[in-house]
Unconditional design. Structure first.
Length: 277
């Protein structure tokens, strides 16, 4: 199993350590948090500041325990510091943090490192990371992160996110091209309108060539997998009641939907960025 390197651990410490403090934790709250995470109240154990106690722990604990604590801290950061790492979130006058480009950069690295060690970083995750870099929208990037994270944790919602990624990509392309879209459009209408704007076949192949139709058919099937799986998911999503016997879709179904979504969206975005119209 892949492990975090010392340099990568240092990146996590830079993200969490705020001049001797660890994020917004009080000493007591930090000890409670670390006790629940890894069974050690760090400040009580090391008798140092929160930042120094965290550094001491990661230098002495087992790799698995270090990974567990850093992952829990990263989840805490994602839940409480969105305005710091997501550039386009709405400002809250009562919030204690604002967007910070340096912390946003560190966060992206830490999330990528953790995805790798948690075995989220399959070739699919590598493609997802590349796709995040292509999207200028922080919202789209966050959708990709959540989708990958949910594959195992919540397969049902991961399938929903796979569908949302396709929808968001299509709407972004339509917006950028000045084409109005209707919020009531279903997936078929939305993707159809988007595909009609893009030159899907290589320039060397004429639109009348049978190969052109085959390419379009492949893309149609690819988008159809995510769409149909999302339709299976809909009656059992977080907003719908479930019977006591319902076990939900499985991780393998989520990986199928997520894989198709990322592959389809990558093709759409590459085609759009190539200036085809």
């Amino acid at each position: 199993m892949d492990k975090l390197t010392s340099i990568e651990i240092g990146t996590f410490l830079k993200l969490f350590n705020r001049g001797g403090y660890v994020l917004d934790f009080s000493t007591n709250d930090f000890d409670i948090f670390t006790m629940e995470s890894v069974g050690v109240a760090l400040c009580n154990e090391y008798h140092m500041s929160k930042g120094k106690s965290l550094a001491a722990y990661v230098n002495n604990a087992s790799a698995n325990d270090v990974e567990k604590l850093l992952n829990d801290l990263l989840s805490y950061y994602e839940e409480n510091y969105e305005q710091e790492y997501a550039e386009n979130t709405s400002d809250d006058e009562f919030s204690y943090c604002r967007y910070n480009a340096e912390y946003a950069r560190l966060y992206k690295k830490c999330r990528a490192y953790m995805n790798r060690v948690l075995n989220i970083a399959t070739p699919l995750a590598v493609n997802a990371a590349e796709l995040q870099e292509k999207f200028s929208s922080q919202y789209l990037s966050k959708q990709i992160e959540l989708m990958l994270k949910m594959q195992s944790e919540n397969p049902t919602d991961a399938i929903g996110k796979a569908k949302e990624l396709i929808e968001s990509c299509c709407k972004t392309i339509l917006d950028n091209k000045g084409v109005a879209w209707d919020k009531n459009w279903d997936m078929s209408k939305l993707t159809g309108e988007t595909l009609s704007l893009l030159n899907l076949t290589p320039k060397s192949i004429a639109d009348t060539d049978p190969v052109s139709e085959n390419i379009k058919a492949v893309l149609g099937n690819l988008r159809g997998i995510s769409t149909k799986l999302a339709e299976i998911r809909n009656p059992y999503g977080s907003g719908h009641g479930k019977s006591a016997s319902f076990t939900g879709v499985e991780t393998r179904h989520a990986k199928l939907a997520v894989g198709c979504s990322i592959t389809f969206v990558t093709f759409l975005w590459d085609t759009y960025e190539g200036g085809a119209s």
